[in-house]
Write a protein that binds this ligand. Structure first.
Ligand code: F6P
Length: 556
C-alpha cells in the first residue's frame, strides 16, 4: 500500500478539468438537440437498475476527464485493496470488508484475510441469525409466558439503527403478517417511552444492536427497556426471575460478545460480526437481525444478492460504464468544480422515506473529513451534505429552491415502475400519476422555461422574470421494476461505492469517524454538572455554564 494518497489536485486530469470547466457553458437543451444519442449513451444498466446520467452537466469530454482522474488517483488499485481486505481503514488499522458480507456461499476463491476464512465466518453467522429468525417467525421461540413474539424492538443508534429501520420501512410489503418491528435510538427517554407504549411484554423481543456494545444511548435504552420489562411482568426482585425474563426477551448483535454477557444476555442468543464492518456499512450483517426476522431468511438472502450484484459490477466494469464510479465522479465534479455544497436524494417511493436519513450517515460520516488518510490536510473540498425527502412531498416543500434558487443542487431521483399498491382513482392509475411527477421534475430541472416561453403563455411582462426557469439543474434518474429486497440491496450498495469513490479521489479514510468522539466525551464530562455538581459546573466555559445554569433553573 502506498504511504500517502495521491494529491488529486496535482494530477494532469485535475488541471485539465479546471480548464475544461472554465470553458464549458452548461446547455442541456443544446446538448440534447445536437446529440440525439445522448440519452441512450448516458443511460446505463446496473444490475436491475436503469440509471440515466444524461441530465447531468457533463459532456463526453467531461466524463472522459473524470475517468482519467479516477485512473490517476489509483482508484482501481484502491478498490482491489478494499475487496481483498487490505487495512485501508488506516486510522483504525482495519480491513474494510462489507462486500464480504454478501458474497454468496461457496464463492471462489475463498476470501482469507489476516489468516481468517472470512467467507466461512460470514456464512456461519448468517446461518445462526437465520435459524433464530425462523424460530421467531414460526412461533417456536417464545417469551417467559410461552407466547410467541409479535413485536421486535431494535435498540441501536447510527449504523445499528438507520440501516435496519430504513430497510424495514422499505420492505414493509414483505413483512410477515402478525409481526412488527419498532426502533429505539435516541437517548431522549421519550423515544423509549413512546416505542414501548401499548406493547405486551409477553410478546415483545428486544434486540440490542451495538457494534461496540459501549454506546451510551444504546446501553441506556437497553437498561430502560429491561426495567420496563421487569416492571410490566411484575418480576420478583430476585436474580433468577429477572434473568429468566432477559433470557427470553433480549438478544443482542455485537462484535463484543463479552460485554453482551456482562449485560445479562446469553451469548448463545447473540449474533456476531467483525471489526472490519463499519457501523454505517452493517445493515447487511447480523445488525439486520430485526429485518431478517421481519422479512425472513429468503428475502434477506435476496437482499444480500442485490448488494453482491452491484459489487460485481463495480469490480468488473470499465470505469466509463461503471455506474457507481461515474456517479461518484459526477459528485466530485459538482463539489470541486461547480461549487455544489449539497446533494439531494429524492425517492419517488414512499417506502424509501428513510433512505435519505440512512444515506446521511453513510456519506457524511464517511466523507466529512479535513485530513487525508496519511494525516495531511485535504487539498480540496470534501463531503457534501446529503439530504432529501420522498417525492411528491418534497415538491411542495423545498423544490422551489432546487428549481429557481441561486445554488446548484445535484439531485438523484429514484423510482420503481410497479407499486406495492396499484390503486386507481376513478379509473386512473395513481402510481402512473405519481411517476408523471418524477419524469416532469427532472425534465423541468434540466430544460427549464425561457422568458419567451413564459411570455407566450400571456404572462404580464413584470412577472416574466419570476416565472423563468433557468434549467441546467443536474439530475440522475434511477429506475427499477419494483422495490424488491434485491433492488433495495442494489441501491444501498450503489451509494456505498459512490461514497468510496469520492473518498478515494479526495484521499481520505472513508471508514473512520473520529469526528463523533469529542462531543461524546464532553457529554460524559458535562453530565455531573447537569445533575447539579457545582465543581463540574464551575469547570465549564462561560456560555456552557450559563446554559446549564438556566437549564437547572427551568428544570422543575
Ligand atoms: O456515531 C458514531 C458511531 O460509532 C457510528 O459509526 C455507529 O454506527 C454508531 O456510533 C453506533 O455504534 P455502535 O453500533 O457501536 O453502538
Amino acid at each position: 500500500m502506498p504511504t500517502s494518497p495521491i494529491d488529486v489536485t496535482s494530477t494532469a486530469a485535475w488541471q485539465e478539468l479546471s480548464v475544461h470547466e472554465s470553458t464549458l457553458t452548461p446547455d442541456l437543451r443544446g446538448w440534447f438537440a445536437d446529440d440525439p444519442e445522448r440519452a441512450t449513451r448516458l443511460t446505463l444498466p446496473l444490475a436491475d437498475l436503469t440509471v440515466d446520467l444524461s441530465k447531468n452537466l457533463v459532456t463526453d469530454e467531461t466524463l472522459a476527464l473524470l475517468v482519467r482522474l479516477a485512473d490517476e488517483v489509483g482508484l482501481a488499485d484502491r478498490l482491489q485493496a478494499q475487496l481483498r481486505g487490505d487495512h485501508i481503514n488506516v486510522t483504525e488499522d482495519r480491513a474494510v470488508l462489507h462486500t464480504a458480507l454478501r458474497r454468496p456461499a461457496g464463492a471462489q476463491p475463498p476470501l482469507v484475510v489476516d489468516g481468517q476464512d472470512v467467507d466461512a465466518d460470514v456464512q456461519a453467522e448468517l446461518t445462526k441469525m437465520f435459524a433464530f429468525a425462523d424460530k421467531v417467525r414460526s412461533g417456536e421461540w417464545t417469551g417467559v409466558t410461552g407466547e410467541r413474539v409479535r413485536t421486535v424492538v431494535n435498540i441501536g443508534i447510527g449504523g445499528s439503527d438507520l440501516g435496519p429501520v430504513m430497510a424495514y420501512e422499505a420492505l414493509k410489503p414483505y413483512v410477515q403478517d402478525g409481526l412488527e418491528v419498532r426502533f429505539v435510538s435516541n437517548i431522549d427517554p421519550s423515544d423509549l417511552a413512546e416505542t414501548v407504549k401499548g406493547l405486551d411484554p409477553a410478546t415483545t423481543l428486544f434486540i440490542v444492536a451495538s457494534k461496540t456494545f459501549g454506546t451510551l444511548e444504546t446501553l441506556t435504552n437497553a437498561r430502560l427497556a429491561r426495567t420496563w420489562l421487569w416492571e410490566q411482568f411484575g418480576t420478583a426482585d430476585d436474580d433468577e426471575s429477572r434473568n429468566a425474563a432477559v433470557a427470553k426477551h433480549f438478544v443482542a448483535v455485537s462484535t463484543a460478545l463479552d460485554k453482551v454477557a456482562a449485560f445479562g444476555i446469553d451469548p448463545t442468543n447473540a449474533f456476531g460480526f467483525w471489526d472490519w464492518v463499519g457501523g454505517r456499512y452493517s445493515v447487511d450483517s447480523t445488525i439486520g437481525t430485526s429485518l431478517a426476522i421481519a422479512v425472513g431468511p429468503d428475502a434477506f438472502r435476496e437482499f444480500l444478492a442485490g448488494f453482491h450484484a452491484v459489487d460485481q459490477h463495480v469490480a468488473t466494469t470499465p470505469f466509463a460504464q461503471n455506474v457507481p464510479v461515474l456517479m461518484g465522479l459526477l459528485n466530485v465534479w459538482y463539489v470541486n468544480f461547480l461549487g455544489a455544497h449539497t446533494h439531494a436524494v429524492l425517492p419517488y417511493a414512499q417506502y424509501l422515506h428513510r433512505f435519505a436519513a440512512y444515506l446521511q450517515q453513510l456519506t457524511m460520516e464517511s466523507n466529512g473529513k479535513s485530513v487525508r488518510w496519511d494525516g495531511t490536510p485535504v487539498t480540496t473540498q470534501t463531503g457534501e451534505v446529503f439530504w432529501g425527502e420522498p417525492g411528491t412531498n418534497g415538491q411542495h416543500a423545498f423544490y422551489q429552491l432546487i428549481h429557481q434558487g441561486t445554488r446548484l443542487i445535484p439531485a438523484d431521483f429514484i423510482a420503481v415502475a410497479n407499486p406495492a399498491h396499484p390503486l386507481t382513482d376513478d379509473g386512473v392509475d395513481v402510481h402512473g400519476l405519481f411517476l408523471a411527477n418524477f419524469f416532469a421534475q427532472t425534465k423541468a430541472l434540466a430544460f427549464g422555461k425561457t422568458a419567451d416561453e413564459v411570455r407566450a403563455e400571456g404572462t404580464a411582462e413584470d412577472i416574466v422574470p419570476a416565472r423563468v426557469f433557468s434549467g441546467n439543474r443536474p439530475t440522475t434518474s434511477i429506475l427499477a421494476a419494483a422495490l424488491t429486497p434485491s433492488v433495495l440491496g442494489q441501491l444501498i450498495a450503489l451509494y456505498e461505492h459512490v461514497t468510496f469513490v469520492q473518498g478515494v479521489v479526495w484521499g481520505i479514510d472513508s471508514f473512520d469517524q473520529w469526528g463523533v468522539e469529542l462531543g461524546k466525551k464532553l457529554a460524559l464530562e458535562i453530565a455531573p454538572a447537569v445533575q447539579g455538581d457545582a465543581a463540574a459546573l464551575a469547570a465549564q466555559d462561560p456560555s456552557t455554564r450559563a446554559l446549564i445554569s438556566r437549564y437547572l433553573e427551568l428544570r422543575a
